[in-house]
Design a protein around this ligand. Structure first.
Ligand SMILES: Nc1ncnc2c1ncn2[C@@H]1O[C@H](COP(=O)(O)OP(=O)(O)OP(=O)(O)O)[C@@H](O)[C@H]1O
Length: 340
């Protein structure tokens, strides 16, 4: 478990003070793929780099499995760092060394014997599906292949935590997809806790189970991806989530609704899994004195669930519309009124 406890970080550069982190508290449980999202300058990398003590807090504590890593001796910190791998946006491979040698670096630094190194490097090259690139140099690899090697190197010492600093930001969408799948395998097959920072919400949507949203050095919202994506509360979170889960009624439909002279209300219904809502909409139209039409719908995969958002135009008397809302509530679904 990784715990950030009331972390503040102030940088002083050229006489200016920058408050990079303000009172950040977060807990990352073992086995999580935890994503930290925010725009550039939000403080994500500074926070991530505190886990392996590349940065130290101005005040507050970083605990790994209960140990305050800033209170450790140099030797103790070395042991903790063996347990933490890190991958970078720019891969950080040594261009003068082969793929095999790059992956072997952490093992050599830890004075592991040659036979064990050989076995481990070969295992890792097979895991990242580049067994035939052992003797290639980084300049002979694509961006995606370089990041695979970066991941293999990060796993060399069999860590239980993997830190990823914008690991896919330099890659095209298809390669990003492959790297995200690899990170998911790292998490599942080796039971490694993954803590990643990104400015790309689809990265969070695809592989994370928990998320923290950062703005100006603060965590403004945190929770399970399912909760945060289905009920984003802060405006920053809404901005991110709405780019992958649209909720906006198309302009042409708005124009049509504005011309509609009947008495109606617009009701946004959210659901997880699709069967419940199909049944609810059918029942509303069958048994209540209203006419309900779906004017907007989106269904998105979130982990193992489907998050659906339907906007219904419910036409009828005020009392019948109130009855409809009650029926939706009684069916266990969340709803909100929408105004044009
Ligand atoms: N070593 C440093 N010296 C001075 N200021 C720093 C230093 N490192 C970071 N900062 C400042 O701290 C703030 C947070 O930076 P940080 O890199 O953590 O943000 P970020 O969310 O990771 O953004 P990016 O994705 O652009 O790296 C920024 O204002 C940055 O300029």
């Amino acid at each position: 478990m990784i715990e950030f406890k009331q972390i503040n970080k102030e940088f002083v550069s050229k006489g200016h003070r920058v408050q990079a982190l303000q009172n950040v508290s977060l807990t990352i449980e073992d086995g999580d793929i935890f994503g930290i999202i925010g725009f550039s300058g939000a403080g994500k990398s500074t926070l991530l780099r505190m886990v392996n003590a590349l940065e130290t807090p101005t005040d507050g504590e970083v605990l790994i499995n209960g140990t305050n890593i800033n209170a450790l001796s140099h030797n103790e910190l070395r042991q903790v760092r063996k347990n933490i791998g890190m991958v970078f946006q720019s891969f950080n491979l040594l261009n003068s060394k082969t793929v095999y040698e790059n992956v072997a670096i952490p093992l050599k630094l830890n004075k592991v014997d040659e036979a064990t190194i050989d076995k481990r490097v070969k295992e890792l090259l097979a895991f990242i599906n580049l067994p035939d690139k052992a003797n290639a140099y980084p300049s002979q690899l694509s961006g995606g292949q370089k990041q695979r090697v970066g991941i293999a190197r990060a796993l060399a010492t069999k860590p239980s935590i993997l830190l990823c600093d914008e690991a896919t930001s330099a890659l095209d969408p298809e390669t990003t997809e492959a790297i995200l799948q690899l990170l998911q395998r790292v998490n599942k097959e080796f039971n490694i806790t993954v803590l990643l920072v990104t400015h790309e919400i689809h990265v969070i949507q695809e592989i994370c189970n928990r998320v923290a949203v950062m703005e100006h050095g603060k965590v403004v919202e945190t929770g399970s991806v399912l909760d945060v994506f289905s009920r984003p509360e802060q405006s920053m979170t809404k901005r991110f989530v709405q780019t992958v889960i649209p909720e906006k009624i198309p302009d042409s439909i708005i124009a049509e609704l504005q011309r509609d002279t009947r008495h109606y209300e617009l009701i946004k219904v959210r659901f997880l899994g699709d069967t419940v809502t199909k049944h609810v909409i059918y029942e509303i139209n069958r048994s209540l004195p209203v006419e309900s039409n779906i004017i907007f719908a989106s269904v998105n995969q979130l982990q193992d669930s489907a998050l659906g958002i339907f906007i219904l135009q419910v036409v009828g008397e005020a009392a019948a519309i109130a009855q409809t809302k009650q029926y939706i509530t009684d069916s266990g679904l969340e709803w909100q009124e929408v105004t044009l």
